[in-house]
Design a protein. Sequence first.
Length: 263
Amino acid sequence: YFISGCGTLVVLEQNEAGIVLLRSFDWNDGLFDVTWSENNEHVLITSSGDGSLQIWDTAKTKGPLQVYKEHTQEAYSVDWSQTRGEQLVVSGSWDQTAKLWDPAVGKSLCTFKGHEGVIYSTIWSPHIPGCFASASGDQTLRIWDVKAPGVKLVIPAHQAEILSCDWCKYDENLLVTGAVDCSLKGWDLRNIRQPVFILLGHTYAIRRVKFSPFHATLLASCSYDFTVRFWDFSKPNPLLETVEHHTEFTCGLDLSLHNRGQV
């Protein structure tokens, strides 16, 4: 069955009245990921099932401003660099490549090859300029440096497809991966022979994992088991809470940078 459909970017705003619709933009294919600009509060980038990236401006009623079409398969992941002085975007695709973009330039600056499977997640380091991580269906987590052409580090992190990864906000050497084997694993880049921690509890594939911006050892994950789980990997019993509000696959989550308790 060929399932075809359109995607909608929905921009919401929280005010005294609650959560209200600020803007919505339509695209002619599914939208898989979104990232806010780090230098303009109105600009964001989405990645799409047709392999393209779209730049949108919430101050305008129509869009997109730009479309970048280079990936040959679904563009599944997009992230905007968070280190000072850099305006770089990285995208990851089912075509097994990651691409580096400057939003002011109409074409990619560089293509990163090496993965032998679909790339599900590409995330910039919040500490090291020009460094990003990618997670793939080839069961590896890889670390890249935009100033060097090849892969910097290959970590055989799981014996299953890895759907998500994230960097610790308090330790430049620590990352977490989430995989189809239902486990979360922590990795110290200085010693990749063994994971720093393994978190078990999900009953289906883990779709997204995020470290807390406020606590060095706290993270959140969501899964095809319909749950969101909160963990503290420093504790003997690391599972803090399981939230069962959803009635379908839970595909994404993020933690607020402004409100400690908001997810």
